[in-house]
Structure formats: structure tokens, C-alpha cells
Design a binder for this molecule. Structure first.
Ligand SMILES: [Zn+2]
Ligand SMILES: [Zn+2]
Length: 183
């Protein structure tokens, strides 16, 4: 399986990421707010979209810097949005349970980019700040991939292998739940 490496800006955190996954651009307000809160708006495209690669967490390996990870949640039911506390680099979105194996990595800090799949879908276009050129693809491959991963992970027990959780199923880092005026 081809791998890429995700590194934060200062280099203290490195994660090995499989490059087999679904790549998409998300234009939702929350993805944008996450990047904006960390002061990294240069990672957004002209219409405010985030370039994301959805992968199976069992293929991820935190190579170093786990102690610099934290997460925030922008809406009550939204994903956990992981970033680094060393240099505020946005890293990935996950769900608060490891039963749905899902991690959506920010493409900006993945390298090399040569083996990455092309963008397959542009989603939540209602939240875009400008016109987004087509084709917009469909979210269906992403949903099917997630379903397939979820079923496979449960059949094989792979769901337990998720670097965002410890052996007991607790999150490896602390984070903050939405503030009343968020969202
Ligand atoms: Zn850093
Ligand atoms: Zn989004």
C-alpha cells in the first residue's frame, strides 16, 4: 500500500497515512471555521474549500509527537477536528467513536502528493464562498467506501486498530466541546 507522510508545520508531529482513500473537497462552514480558528486560511481554496483525503484509521501510524495532538468540536454532533498544539496545524477529522472507522486528513501537509488520488467529489457546495467549477462528482463513492470499511473493520476486528484511541477505547488526547456561541 502506498503511504504518504503528514507533518505539522514545525515538524514535531508526523503521521504515516495510506494514500488509498477517497479524496474530496468540502465547502461546509465547519471545515472552513476549523482552519480559520487555527489561522491557516491559506490552506483553503478560492471558494473556501478544504482538500481532504478519507482513509481507514487502521492504516495510520503516528510516527512522533502524539503529545502535541488535541481536538476541537465546532458543533455538538460534528466530527472531532484534530490539530497540533505545537504550531496549530489542522490535521484530520474523525468521529468520536472508533466503531465507525473514519479519518479525513488535510491534504495540504501530506507529502509526497504524487501518489494521491484525484479529487473525486466536491461536497457541501451550498457553503462555498464562490463558484466552484465542475464536475462536482458525487459523495456516493465516499459513503460506499465508509460503509465497506465499517463492515470490513468489524468482521476482521480492525476497528480496534485506530491510533486516535487507546486500548480501552478512550481518545488519546483531550479536546474542547463546542462553545455556546459556536456554529
Ligand atoms: Zn508542529
Ligand atoms: Zn466539511
Amino acid at each position: 500500500m502506498d503511504k504518504a507522510k503528514w507533518s505539522c508545520t514545525c515538524g514535531k508531529v508526523e503521521v504515516e497515512v495510506p494514500v488509498t482513500g477517497v479524496r474530496l473537497k468540502c465547502y461546509c462552514k465547519s471545515c472552513r471555521a476549523f482552519v480559520e480558528q487555527l489561522g491557516k486560511t491559506e490552506r483553503l481554496d478560492a471558494a473556501g474549500g478544504s482538500d481532504l483525503l478519507q482513509v481507514a484509521p487502521d492504516g495510520l501510524r503516528i510516527l512522533k509527537g502524539q503529545e502535541h495532538l488535541a481536538w476541537m468540536r465546532l458543533t455538538e454532533k460534528g466530527p472531532l477536528r484534530w490539530y497540533t498544539t505545537c504550531c496549530n496545524t489542522p490535521m484530520a477529522n474523525t468521529l468520536p467513536t472508533r466503531h465507525v472507522p473514519f479519518a479525513s486528513f488535510q491534504v495540504a501537509d501530506l507529502s509526497p502528493k504524487t501518489d494521491l488520488p484525484e479529487v473525486q467529489a466536491k461536497v457541501h457546495l451550498k457553503g462555498a464562498l464562490a463558484h466552484v467549477d465542475g464536475p462536482h462528482g458525487s459523495a456516493l463513492p465516499m459513503i460506499l467506501a465508509l460503509l465497506r470499511r465499517t463492515v470490513t473493520a468489524h468482521v476482521t476486528g480492525k476497528w480496534r486498530k485506530n491510533p486516535f484511541f487507546d486500548d480501552k477505547g478512550h481518545l488519546i488526547a483531550s479536546g474542547r466541546e463546542p462553545l455556546p456561541n459556536d456554529g
